[in-house]
Design a protein around this ligand. Structure first.
Ligand code: NAP
Length: 299
């Protein structure tokens, strides 16, 4: 860990989550458990930063000696304006979820898409050569579309209720593939629509990137007409992790499809942030157990 001892002595070095609001975040529990387990002199705090104070808060990270930060809703896009450097991947996605503070410089990264991908691989799922459908066209969709395109999916369909946003995500996926040296046939379709149904019937992987189904509206589904059109073996991934099993996943499980919940994406994006902050892998199992316990504590 790169803590200058002369400055910090035995004080723990601070890391932060910047969001608005941040009260329900699992990140403090997840990171502090990992700091403890690895014996790091560090502490992670959730800071509620109103949008009008974002610039001051971000610049304050450097002057207050923070080692790094995560960024969450609604600041992931706006934060780009206040950083010294942004990685090409985060620039392409247009969002930063992790900041590394080093020698007074703030560098922005995006670990959401790679976190999603690592979780997929950890589940034994390799999307290369497959047909993927993403539901939704917001920040999570952008990060995941870029990651899937770079990982070599054959087709990527972005199904969204706002056609221009879905088309923009498909365009982003094409640029991500080109930057990674892969090829993808990326298109956008309206959700819901007959075109979306046809694409879903042909999909190997369906990823919900809308908030539909999230607590408290747990009886909602981004595919309210059911999953009858999906073929056997389809992987259904829900980025929503409150509840752990959403209606979408429950219905997928009932049809014996492969189901994956979104908590692993949160854990792996956090473990990747660790790698950036400390230059070594984050302890995934410890982080996972702490995040799960924090989630259970909400029940
Ligand atoms: N597991 C993780 O680590 C992780 C990380 C990030 C996000 N997430 C999950 O992903 C969700 C989306 O996050 P985000 O940052 O992408 O949010 P966002 O930027 O607000 O995007 C939400 C997307 O969902 C669409 N949408 C919202 N309500 C809809 C509805 N009723 N029917 C159809 N589409 C709807 C929106 O449509 P429009 O384009 O028309 O606005 C938009 O495209 C979050 O709620 C969270 O559960 C999980």
């Amino acid at each position: 860990m790169s803590v200058p001892r002369d400055v910090w002595g035995r004080q723990p070095r601070p890391y932060a989550l910047l969001g608005w609001p941040v009260g329900h975040s699992l990140s403090p529990a997840m990171h502090n458990a990992a700091f403890r387990e690895q014996g790091l002199q560090a502490i992670y705090v959730a800071l509620a930063v109103p949008p009008e104070a974002l610039g001051e808060a971000v610049r304050g990270l450097a002057s207050l000696g923070f080692g790094g930060a995560n960024v969450t809703i609604p600041h992931k896009e706006a934060v780009l304006d206040y950083l010294d450097e942004v990685t090409p991947e985060a620039r392409l996605i247009g969002a930063v979820n992790t900041i590394v503070c080093r020698h007074g410089r703030l560098v922005g990264h995006n670990t959401d898409g790679q976190g999603f991908l690592r979780h997929l691989y950890a589940e034994g799922i390799d999307p290369a050569g497959q047909n993927a459908v993403i539901l939704g066209a917001g920040g999570a969709a952008r990060a995941i579309a870029a990651a899937l395109a770079a990982a070599g999916v054959q087709t990527l369909v972005v199904a969204g209720r706002t056609p221009e946003r879905a088309e923009a995500v498909a365009g982003l996926a094409r640029r991500a593939a080109s930057a990674a040296g892969t090829e993808v046939e990326a298109t956008a379709v309206p959700l819901p629509s007959r075109e979306a149904e046809l694409c879903l019937a042909d999909a190997h992987l369906v990823v919900n990137c809308t908030p539909v189904g999230m607590a408290p509206a747990t009886e909602e589904s981004p595919l309210p007409d059911g999953l009858g059109g999906l073929r056997p073996g389809t992987v259904v991934y829900d980025t929503v992790y409150r509840p752990a099993e959403t209606r979408l996943l429950r219905e997928a499980r009932a049809r014996a499809l492969v189901t994956v919940g979104g908590l692993g994406m949160l854990v792996h994006q956090g473990a990747l942030a660790w790698e950036l902050w400390f230059g070594r892998p984050g302890p995934v199992q410890v982080m996972w157990a702490a995040a799960e316990a924090a989630l259970r504590g909400e029940d």
